[in-house]
Design a protein around this ligand. Structure first.
Ligand SMILES: Cc1cc2nc3c(=O)[nH]c(=O)nc-3n(C[C@H](O)[C@H](O)[C@H](O)COP(=O)(O)O)c2cc1C
Length: 389
């Protein structure tokens, strides 16, 4: 039964796999090429260790922090993910879960729900844009996010459209027409729980991306918007500075792994950077983000908020990232597994697992707050870190 509480993100993932049609599950796994980066993101966390204490541990631990001027009840933000058809409530359920646990939600511009609905569910929303369509189109998206009440902007720039996978890519239709229904019927009919979750809302999965349109205009299809993005020439650093100024508020550049890029980003006026490789969905062969984090944090961590995303599956991973210089982490797949497994409650379940994992790790290593964490708290094997650029 997918309605029960689960004790680990790995359990949520197994439930998601059992509940979702094969193609929908594969779209969440994503990854690219041989999957080396996706795997290294997770494996690298396992290479790091702790040296726990047995006495004199703090009775109470402070988990709260701030990021880009927003309060977080613990140092986790939901990373923007453009996946649809996981659950009928989609990003609104994720936003509600984040609000109920006191954390910020990142909303992808390729999301299935309008930004206005998501902000209504969680006023602490960061809107994410890609460099797609050029300045006029991006300015309109930024203006819409501002009007909706978003409190931060994320620009994700690490994408090279190389998404072939050795294990094969799922079939994702342009729209749910007869051809798509016939092709997907066998796998959908074998997942009656997921099918029923849609049938009872009297709606089929909507494969459009409303936030890529101006308010009031019809939403383009995912592939229509993707085509526009593919045809847009890549941004320059001037374009990044333009986005920062156009938004005029807290701004995160997501996808930075090189020290020279991190330093260059400072000149554009960003408030935060996320050391990110898009969860291993972009250029395969990029090292795990946790390996690249220490050098980036040492270079710019005193001037901007440094966030890490990629491979975080447990509270102890959050502590490891903070010890190596991150102020907070973002989680992509973990909340998606929770959403697939059990809707809003499943996402809350994931956040509770991460939160209690942070708390128990702090207790074990004898730290009374997330702010106290430093490199001394983790055992880092020789040759672990990678300085890029
Ligand atoms: C299925 C999927 C869709 C994603 N879509 C987006 C997106 O639309 N925008 C974005 O900035 N990042 C996107 N990401 C990347 C995440 O924001 C995040 O960087 C990554 O998932 C972190 O790694 P993790 O999944 O191991 O936590 C996506 C990731 C996945 C797995």
């Amino acid at each position: 039964m997918a309605t029960r509480w689960f004790e680990a993100v790995a359990v949520a993932q197994r439930r998601a796999q059992r509940r979702l049609p094969k193609s929908v599950y594969a779209a969440l796994v994503a990854g690219s090429e041989r999957g080396a980066t996706m795997d290294d993101n997770v494996r690298a966390f396992a290479e790091l260790g702790f040296a726990p204490r047995v006495a004199d541990q703090p009775a109470n631990r402070e988990l709260a922090t701030t990021l880009m001027g927003q309060s977080l009840s613990f140092p986790v933000v939901i990373s923007p993910t453009g996946v649809q058809a996981v659950h009928p409530d989609g990003e609104v359920a994720v936003a509600r879960a984040a609000a109920s646990r006191g954390v910020v939600v990142g909303l992808s511009s390729f999301s299935s729900k309008p930004v206005e609905e998501v902000v209504a569910a969680n006023p602490n929303t960061f809107f994410q844009v890609y460099w797609s369509g050029g300045r006029d189109a991006i300015e309109a998206r930024i203006a819409r996010a501002r009007a909706a009440g978003c409190v931060g902007m994320i620009a994700t720039l690490d994408w090279c459209f190389a998404t072939a996978r050795d294990w094969g890519s799922p079939f994702i239709p342009e729209r749910i027409d007869l051809h798509a229904v016939l092709r997907l019927a066998p796998e959908v009919l074998s997942r009656p729980g997921w099918l029923w979750s849609y049938l009872r809302t009297r709606a089929l999965p909507d494969l459009t991306v409303p936030n890529m349109a101006r308010l009031g205009e019809p939403a383009p299809t995912f592939f229509g918007a993707y085509g526009e993005w593919m045809q847009t020439p890549p941004p320059t650093w001037d374009d990044v500075a333009w986005m920062v100024t156009t938004w005029g508020g807290p701004f995160m550049l997501k996808g930075v792994v090189r020290v020279d890029d991190a330093k260059r980003a400072l000149d554009t006026g960003v408030t935060a950077i996320s050391v990110s490789n898009h969860g291993g969905n972009n250029l395969d062969g990029t090292p795990a983000t946790i390996r690249a984090l220490p050098a980036v944090a040492a270079a710019v961590g005193s001037q901007v908020d440094v966030v890490l995303d990629g491979g975080v599956r447990r509270g102890s991973d959050v502590v490891k990232a903070l010890a190596l210089g991150a102020k907070a982490v973002m989680v992509g797949r973990a909340p998606l597994w929770g959403l697939a497994a059990n809707g809003q409650t499943g996402v809350e379940n994931v956040l509770d697992i991460l939160r209690s994992g942070v708390d128990s790790t702090l207790r074990a290593i004898g730290r009374s707050s997330v702010q106290e964490l430093s490199g001394e708290d983790v055992v880092v094997p020789a040759g672990f870190a990678r300085r890029l650029g």
